[in-house]
Design a protein around this ligand. Structure first.
Ligand code: AMP
Length: 285
């Protein structure tokens, strides 16, 4: 596996990979876990070569968020990616990604609004801007993202469609189902912030979500079920809830009743020092 930290060597390495066949890109912020590695394995199934980026993107962190605390473990991550047979690790410095004078921004309206867009102002502008840059730097034939970040996936697909991107095209932005711990908690680099006690309590989130989904699919009133869901999460040991909503799975329209289209239950809640997000499918009724 080749590792590069600056744009010129990246361009050379990427050109070589493209000569050999299709290229898949897996963008990450590092502190890799089995969820990331599942994206890498799917990427290998999709293309001849796999590029993984590791970049803790300052643009997508708010002023009071965990940019400085976010785990950085490049040597460990690099060894994991080597074992997975990744071809190229793109680990730019902040200066390589945002040289002096950098002044552009990509804002995707609609799907960026509400949910994490409301709780984290500017977050999805930062995500869309860095992902657009990563796409232009690597020019992948396909790019893989986790369904764990459902709204992020919707934002990136919308951007790819709206800006007529071709590498990758919108339909080559692939979503991979969320990988969970044995007890059901979605894997996340931010789970490392939890104490042993908080980690045990955190399972209340997916457990309460599964109960809410069973209720909605069984015909229960949606607002009542969402209120019950919030109470369950707080009783389980979370200290606050940013949001707990039922949304259309594709365009993220808020729903107050079961729909005849695929839906998604989407939650963000805080426990100890961590803000955890999760989402699950809800069957159309
Ligand atoms: P991050 O490093 O958290 O920015 O995540 C990098 C990519 O991995 C994103 O596309 C995430 O959606 C995806 N990802 C993170 N956690 C999981 C998980 N538990 N299962 C599947 N994909 C994930």
């Amino acid at each position: 596996m080749q590792t590069v930290h600056a744009l010129d060597p990246l361009r050379n390495a990427v050109a070589d990979l493209h000569k050999a066949g299709a290229v898949a890109l897996v963008p990450t912020m590092g502190a890799l876990h089995e969820g990331h590695l599942t994206l890498v394995r799917e990427a290998k199934a999709q293309a001849k070569s796999v590029v993984v980026s590791i970049f803790v993107n300052p643009l997508q962190f708010g002023a009071n968020e965990d940019l400085d605390a976010y785990p950085r473990q490049l040597a460990r991550d690099s060894a994991l990616l080597e074992t997975e047979g990744v071809d190229l690790l793109w680990a730019p410095t902040v200066e390589a990604m945002y040289p002096a004078g950098f002044a552009s921004n990509i804002a995707v309206a609609g799907v960026s609004e509400g949910l994490c867009g409301a709780a984290r102002p500017g977050h999805f502008d930062g995500v869309a801007t860095v992902v657009c840059k990563l796409f232009n730097q690597v020019m992948p034939d396909v790019a893989l993202f986790g369904e764990k970040d459902w709204q992020q996936l919707a934002v990136i697909r919308r951007m790819a469609r709206d800006l007529d991107l071709t590498r990758p095209a919108a339909d080559a932005v692939l979503g991979v189902p969320t990988v969970r711990e044995a007890d059901g908690l979605a894997m996340s680099s931010r789970n490392a912030y939890l104490s042993a006690e908080e980690r045990q309590a955190a399972v209340a989130l997916p457990a309460a979500m599964r109960r809410a989904i069973a209720a909605i699919e069984g015909g229960a009133d949606v607002p009542v079920t969402l209120a019950r869901l919030q109470a369950d999460i707080l009783e389980g040991g979370f200290r606050s809830i940013d949001y707990a909503e039922l949304r259309d799975a594709d365009d993220l329209t808020p729903l107050s009743a079961r729909s005849d289209r695929p839906m998604r239950l989407i939650v963000a809640a805080r426990i100890g020092p961590a803000r955890l997000i999760d989402n699950m499918p809800v069957a159309p009724g």
